[in-house]
Design a binder for this molecule. Structure first.
Ligand SMILES: Cc1cc2nc3c(=O)[nH]c(=O)nc-3n(C[C@H](O)[C@H](O)[C@H](O)COP(=O)(O)OP(=O)(O)OC[C@H]3O[C@@H](n4cnc5c(N)ncnc54)[C@H](O)[C@@H]3O)c2cc1C
Length: 376
C-alpha cells in the first residue's frame, strides 16, 4: 500500500520500555513505525530500576550495549520487616540496575537511529478506527493514520482507551522515587517493609542508588499530603529504612512522585488497540519485573505483527494469538505478585512470613523463581 508522509504501518502510543522496544523490532523488520511520547527524553520515572536477567540478551540484541555500560549486577536480596528482621537470600537468576533516565533515553536514541519516527512532547488525545485498515490518531501535534495501533501508555488508561468494564479498583498506592548516594553494595537489592507498603533500594549506574517506595494514598492523606511527614511517621518505623533515609545524600531536590497506582490485569486488545507493558496489566513492584514483562510482551507482539504485515496471519488471528501468548506468559506471574503483595506491608504478618521463609531456604528460592521469567 502506498503511504502518504503521515500514514504509518504501526503507531505506538507511549515511548517507555515496552513501546520503544516494540518500535525497534518493527523498524528492524522494515515496518514503518511512529511513536508518540508525551514527555521529552531524557526524563525520570518512578521505578525501582532493577531489571531481571531474563531481559539482558534481548536488550543486547536490540542493540543496547549493556555489557559495556559497567552496570551493577545484582545477585542477592534482603527483605526486612518493620520489627527489624532481615531475610537474606541469593537471587538465582538475578538482575541488573539501570536508571530509567538512562535506559529509556538509550532506547529512544536506538529507535531513532533505526528509522522510527518519534514525536516527543506529543500527547495522543483520541483514537478512532476509520475502517478495518485505517485508524485515525489525534495528537497535540496533529492527526496521523496507521494500519495498526499499539498502546504502551503505561499504568494510566487514557480516556480514549477506556471501556465500560474497568476492573474494580483495589488499594490505591502512591509511588515515590529518589536517587541517593549511600554506602550500599553493588550486588544487592533490599526490600524494606513498613505498615501499608515497602521500599526498595539497589544500585544503578554511576555509583548511585535508586530508593523507591509504595505507600497507600490514605497514608499520605493522613500525613497531611506531606511526603516528608509520611516518611518520618511511617517509613522510619523500620530501623533499616530510618538508617537509609537519615544517612544518605539525596540527589534530587524533590522526589519523583506518582499517584493512583493500582495493580491488575487489563486486556491485550481494547477499542482497536493492541496493548502491551503496564497498559495490558501491571505487576506489583514486589516482583521487580514489570519492565521485563513489558519487554517480553513487545517481543511476542513484534513477532506476530511482522507475520501480519507479511500477510501470513489475519488481524483476527493476530488478536487471538497475542491474547493467548500474553496469558500464557504472564497470568500466573501476575497472580503470584498479587498473592505476595497481600503478605507484605503488614507489621506482624510480614515479620512471621519472613521468619518462616528464613527457615525454608528452598521454598524461598521457589517463590523468587516464580517472579522471574526465563531469558527470551
Ligand atoms: C513504585 C514502583 C517500582 C517499580 N519498580 C520496578 C523495578 O524495580 N523493576 C521493574 O522491572 N519494574 C518496576 N516497576 C514497574 C515498571 O516501572 C513498569 O512495569 C514499566 O515502567 C512499564 O513500562 P511501560 O513501557 O509499559 O510503561 P511506562 O514506562 O510507564 O511508559 C509509558 C509511556 O507512555 C507515555 N504516555 C502515556 N500516555 C500517553 C499519551 N496519551 N500520549 C503519549 N504518550 C503517553 C508516558 O509518558 C510514558 O513515557 C515499578 C513500578 C512502580 C510503580
Amino acid at each position: 500500500m502506498e503511504t502518504s508522509p503521515e500514514n504509518y504501518s504501526c503507531a505506538i502510543i507511549g515511548g517507555g520500555v515496552a513501546g520503544l522496544s516494540l518500535a525497534i523490532q518493527l523498524a528492524d523488520a522494515g515496518i514503518k513505525t511512529i511513536v508518540f511520547e508525551k514527555n521529552t527524553y531524557p526524563f525520570h520515572k518512578v521505578c525501582g530500576e532493577y531489571i531481571s536477567m531474563e531481559s539482558w540478551n534481548f536488550l543486547m540484541e536490540l542493540g543496547l550495549p549493556l555489557a559495556e555500560m559497567n552496570l551493577p549486577m545484582i545477585r542477592e536480596v534482603g527483605i526486612s520487616s518493620e520489627k527489624g528482621f532481615m531475610l537474606r537470600a541469593p537471587l538465582a537468576s538475578g538482575g541488573f540496575g539501570i536508571s530509567r533516565f538512562a535506559l529509556d533515553n538509550e532506547l529512544f536514541a536506538l529507535a531513532r537511529q533505526k528509522g522510527v519516527t518519534i514525536l516527543e512532547n506529543c500527547k495522543v488525545q483520541f483514537v478512532k478506527q476509520e475502517s478495518r485498515h485505517i485508524t485515525l490518531i489525534t495528537t497535540t501535534q496533529g492527526t496521523f493514520t496507521a494500519q495498526i495501533v499499539c498502546g504502551s501508555y503505561g499504568k494510566y488508561t487514557p480516556s480514549f482507551a477506556r471501556n465500560m468494564q474497568e476492573p474494580k479498583k483495589n488499594i490505591n498506592y502512591i509511588g515515590v522515587k529518589y536517587h541517593v548516594k549511600t554506602n550500599f553494595p553493588d550486588n544487592r537489592i533490599e526490600l524494606h517493609n513498613f505498615e501499608g507498603g515497602y521500599c526498595g533500594i539497589s544500585k544503578v549506574e554511576g555509583n548511585v542508588c535508586c530508593l523507591c517506595y509504595l505507600a497507600t494514598a490514605d497514608q499520605l492523606k493522613q500525613a497531611g499530603n506531606n511526603i516528608k511527614e509520611l516518611e518520618e511517621k511511617v517509613l522510619h518505623k523500620n530501623p533499616f529504612l530510618k538508617k537509609i533515609f537519615t544517612e544518605s545524600e539525596f540527589l534530587f531536590e524533590e522526589p519523583v512522585v506518582i499517584s493512583n497506582v493500582t495493580f491488575h490485569k487489563k486486556s491485550t486488545y481494547e477499542n482497536g488497540i493492541f496493548l502491551l507493558g503496564d497498559a495490558a496489566g501491571s505487576i506489583t513492584p514486589l516482583c521487580g519485573n514489570g519492565m521485563s514483562m513489558g519487554l517480553r510482551a513487545s517481543n511476542m507482539l513484534a513477532q506476530l505483527l511482522i507475520s501480519f504485515f507479511k500477510e501470513d496471519v489475519s488481524k483476527d488471528a493476530l488478536i487471538h494469538a497475542y491474547a493467548l501468548a500474553w496469558n500464557d506468559q504472564f497470568k500466573f506471574r501476575i497472580q503470584t505478585g498479587y498473592y505476595l503483595q497481600s503478605l507484605f506491608g503488614k507489621k506482624n504478618t510480614t515479620h512471621l512470613v519472613l521468619k518462616a521463609l528464613n527457615a525454608m531456604p528452598r521454598f524461598t528460592q521457589k517463590i523468587i523463581g516464580l517472579t522471574h521469567g526465563k531469558p527470551f
